[in-house]
Design a protein around this ligand. Structure first.
Ligand code: HEC
Length: 178
């Protein structure tokens, strides 16, 4: 009769330990949360997986209604210069100083987004990514404005020299020295 409980009890104990050990580790403060240290293996591999699946699941399959529209791209440029270039830079444009201390880093936007559907770019810009420096712009920008930013992201690989200079100047630019 006694033996009947040995299996289920050790099973429950095993589950409790599995849940408790990570909680105790975090509660003890041994995990260094500084942005200037490399995250551990679990955070490095599982967090991006969860992020990618989460965005794919929620993003719409809509196409950008402003794709290729020059007026919309010009409006998107203004938003990008004011809200994005400091962290993300652009092709041929370095981000501002603060971009060097981000962890996870902000990817240099440009050619890398070619394979990313419009709806996923829209979702990330509107909702942001928690526990990273990527802000949600939904609280401050309309959907129309965000679609115009997406239209501008598609234009990033073809920036003119005047656009590059204007973006670089907005980051504190080349004239900035210590
Ligand atoms: C304060 C810094 C910061 C600002 C400002 C910022 N971002 Fe980000 N952004 C990030 C970081 C950091 C990530 C990476 C998050 C991650 O690793 O999951 C990111 C991720 C992204 C991604 C996903 C890229 C990919 O390849 O998966 C897009 C798209 C993006 N940002 C667009 C923008 C746009 C557009 C703006 C301006 C409207 C903006 N961001 C403003 C820091 C920033």
């Amino acid at each position: 009769m006694k033996n009947r409980w040995t299996m289920p009890l050790s099973f429950v104990a095993g589950i409790l330990v599995t849940i408790l050990v990570p909680i105790l580790l975090l509660a003890s403060g041994v995990v260094n949360m500084g942005a200037d240290v490399q995250p551990g293996f679990i955070e490095r591999t599982l967090a991006p997986l969860g992020r990618d699946r989460s965005v794919e699941k929620r993003a719409s399959t809509e196409k950008d209604p402003y794709a290729g529209n020059p007026t919309a791209i010009a409006a998107g440029f203004d938003h990008y210069r004011e809200n994005c270039v400091m962290c993300h830079g652009a092709p041929g444009v370095a981000g501002a100083e603060l971009s060097k201390g981000l962890n996870p880093p902000a990817p240099r936007l440009g050619n890398g987004e070619k394979g990313t559907p419009d709806g996923e770019l829209f979702w990330v810009i509107k909702h942001g990514i928690r526990m990273t420096a990527m802000p949600a712009f939904g609280p401050t920008h309309t959907d129309e404005e965000i679609w115009k930013i997406v239209a501008f992201i598609r234009h990033l690989p073809d920036l003119t020299k005047a656009e590059r200079d204007s973006l670089q100047a907005a980051t504190g630019g080349e004239a900035h020295h210590h």
